[in-house]
Structure formats: structure tokens, C-alpha cells
Design a protein around this ligand. Structure first.
Ligand SMILES: [Cu+2]
Length: 176
């Protein structure tokens, strides 16, 4: 058994990641090192005006809990879309060996995530629009997500008139 793992390798990898950081790290359309291209590139976007590495939206309508992953340097899914005032428990799992954090100013949430740790927190979706959350250590790197309410601002979608009352709609009880 070899215990001498060269400590240099992770550093080198880190350096590569840092070097590649200009254009969005994970496998986007690679614009190699040509400085800053104006406009959106890859999966970077803004959430509530904050630069965000956007790794997708999850529809959490009707759910009481959802698991999201904290990674370097993004949340996945990044945006949770539900209904106004919906209560939701977030199981945040840190998939990395780096300490992260979940901060939601408006909800007075500030939870640290140890390396490969996890944290559960309860949130209430806003009445409308989007409420941003972020990792306080990597906010400037775009480690930002959002709690989004559908049917309000973003992309007015006229509700189809055929709203069947499907049988399974109750779902209310739960515990706690
Ligand atoms: Cu972080």
C-alpha cells in the first residue's frame, strides 16, 4: 500500500481549475483563454442580479423537501421553482472536499457545510419573483442559486383552462 500520494497533484489540478475559471469550468462551449467575451457564455447567468453558475432548475411544486448539491462552485440544481409561500426543506449536500455555505439573507439563514458535510434548512418561497441564496465563501465565483416562484414575473404562462382535479391532490398531512 502506498501512502505517499504526491501532494503536488491536487495543487496542480487546482491551478488548472483556477486557470480555466474564466470561461466556466465544466464542459461548456469552450472559449479558450481569449479573455472576457461579452455576453453570456456557457451556463453562467444571473439570479436576482447576481452572477450565477446555473446548473439547472428543478420544479419543486407540491414537494415538501428537496435535495440540492453544493459543488465547486455552484448549486445543482441552482434554481428551485415552486409556488408562492411554499414551505420547503432543503437537504444541502456538499459533494466536495471544500467547505461551502448556504446563506439566505432574507430568511436569516447562514449554514456552513463542512467538506462532504450536509445541512438541512427550512425555507419559505417568496410571494413572487425570486429569492437568491449563495455560498458566502464563493458568491463572487458565481456560487449562487435561487428560490423562484412560478406564475408571477418570469415568463407569463397563461394557465391552461383544463384544470382537472386529479385524484392524488390532497397530500396535505405529513408530520411536523
Ligand atoms: Cu462555496
Amino acid at each position: 500500500m502506498r501512502r505517499t500520494r504526491a501532494a503536488v497533484a491536487p495543487l496542480a489540478a487546482l491551478a488548472l481549475v483556477l486557470a480555466a475559471c474564466g470561461g466556466g469550468s465544466s464542459g461548456g462551449p469552450s472559449s479558450i483563454g481569449t479573455g472576457s467575451t461579452p455576453g453570456a457564455s456557457g451556463n453562467s447567468s444571473t439570479i436576482a442580479g447576481l452572477h450565477a453558475n446555473n446548473h439547472g432548475t428543478a420544479d419543486v411544486t407540491g414537494k415538501s423537501a428537496v435535495t440540492i448539491e453544493a459543488d465547486n462552485y455552484y448549486f445543482e440544481p441552482s434554481v428551485l421553482q415552486g409556488t408562492p409561500g411554499q414551505q420547503l426543506t432543503l437537504h444541502v449536500v456538499n459533494a466536495t472536499g471544500t467547505a461551502h455555505n448556504v446563506t439566505i439573507d432574507a430568511l436569516h439563514v447562514n449554514n456552513d457545510l463542512d467538506a462532504h458535510g450536509k445541512s438541512d434548512l427550512k425555507v419559505t418561497l417568496p410571494a413572487s419573483g425570486v429569492l437568491a441564496f449563495w455560498c458566502e465563501y464563493h458568491k463572487s465565483r458565481g456560487m449562487v442559486g435561487g428560490l423562484l416562484v412560478s406564475g408571477s414575473a418570469a415568463g407569463a404562462s397563461p394557465a391552461p383552462s383544463s384544470s382537472d382535479t386529479s385524484g392524488g391532490g390532497y397530500g396535505g398531512y405529513g408530520h411536523g
